[in-house]
Design a protein around this ligand. Structure first.
Ligand code: NAP
Ligand code: ZN
Length: 330
């Protein structure tokens, strides 16, 4: 079938209308897209920051839509059902990591928009085992960003955090504003660290107990057990390690461009660690969606029609999104 959308053709250029032919294999599902969030990873892919982009390609990996076709082997989804798709489009499903629920760590982990086309489009065809039913309580517009931003901040909280702990979130953007909501629902004390003073009121409304300007970080007396870094730019890692309490962990979520340089002594002294986290597995995704529905967690979105995709991308590039741009496809 012919699928149309907006594709990147070269790094750092505007997306242009584009169509391709999609084929429904036995395990696949055809989804008619209604909404797609714009994650900063889409910007990294469009710009080829990670040197993995394959042009032309349609970005978009926070997809929600309705099932419009099923491959012969698909029995767990039905026509008309509302489903979502995130960063991951496939994995081997047989290796040690897949079998323990870490499909995101599979060596055959297939990203939705690398070597294939994503959700800034009318339709997407995807392995049905990476299409997730969306709980009824969640509205598509606010739930689409959960498929990448939501799972990415939820999974480290589920793995590393206990309710008695203090959690800091650096960068209150798409990931960050959801991290505040999830950490609040977990019962933690939360500090929002932001370079945008105008976000203070909303950061507190998302669940932060305290708001600290990242420009004042040298002066802050606050310290935390877990620090989620969602910043897409470079940050001063040694400085942030000083904000950690003993046994504290920095969870690296944002794809800062430069190497992380810290002296071993700073890690050893307070038994501190720096840990990477890549989205989350399929079981974690289902858990996160149910948790969000139960606790009323939803992305604060600005919605634009698909045709205005370049305007929406520009807002993300300029840190003007409050807090997630979502494209409405139909
Ligand atoms: P976003 O909506 O653009 O938010 C990033 C936030 O970082 C901004 O709102 C801003 O917060 C802060 N920031 C931006 N530029 C900055 C700069 N030059 N200096 C300091 N702070 C800056 O992006 P996002 O969609 O949340 O994604 C954030 C990062 O996570 C991206 O690098 C993305 O690729 C990555 N990501 C990783 C995973 C994973 O699995 N690990 C999954 C999804 C996304 P303030 O205004 O509050 O300072
Ligand atoms: Zn993403």
């Amino acid at each position: 079938m012919n699928i149309s959308g907006f594709a990147a053709h070269k790094p750092k250029t505007l997306l242009k209308e584009f169509s391709y032919t999609g084929q429904l294999n036995p395990n696949d599902v055809l989804i008619q897209i209604t909404h797609c969030g714009i994650c900063h990873s889409d910007i990294h892919l469009i710009d080829n920051d990670w040197k993995i982009s394959k042009y032309p390609f349609i970005p978009g990996h926070e997809v929600i839509g309705l099932v419009k076709g099923l491959g012969d082997g698909v029995e767990h989804l039905s026509e008309g059902q509302r489903v979502g798709v995130g960063w991951q489009a496939g994995a081997c499903l047989n290796c040690e990591f897949c079998l323990q629920g870490d499909e995101n760590c599979c060596s055959q982990n297939q990203p939705t928009c690398v070597g294939r086309n994503g959700g800034f489009a009318e339709h997407i065809i995807i392995d049905s085992r990476f299409a997730f039913p969306i709980p009824k309580k969640l509205e598509s517009e606010n739930a689409a960003p959960l498929l990448c931003a939501g799972i990415t901040v939820y999974s480290p909280l589920a793995k590393f955090v206990r309710p008695k702990q203090k959690v800091g979130v650096i960068g209150i953007g798409g990931l960050g504003h959801l991290a505040l909501q999830f950490a609040r629902a977990y019962g933690c004390e939360i500090i929002a660290f932001s370079g945008s003073q105008d976000k203070k009121k909303e950061a507190l409304s998302f669940g932060a107990h305290h708001f600290v300007s990242t420009k004042e970080i040298n002066k802050t007396k606050e310290s935390v057990d877990i620090l989620l870094s969602t910043v897409s730019a470079d940050i001063d890692w040694p400085k942030w390690l000083h904000v950690l309490r003993p046994n504290g962990k920095i969870i690296v979520l944002g794809a800062s461009p430069s190497d992380i340089k810290v002296s071993p002594g700073v890690l050893i002294g307070g038994q501190k660690s720096i840990i990477g986290n890549n989205i989350g597995g399929r079981a974690m995704m289902v858990e996160m969606l149910n948790f969000a529905a139960r606790h009323g967690i939803k992305a604060k979105t600005e919605v634009l029609p698909l045709a205005q995709v370049n305007k929406a991308i520009e807002k993300v590039r300029n840190n003007q999104a409050r807090y997630r741009m979502v494209l409405k496809v139909r």
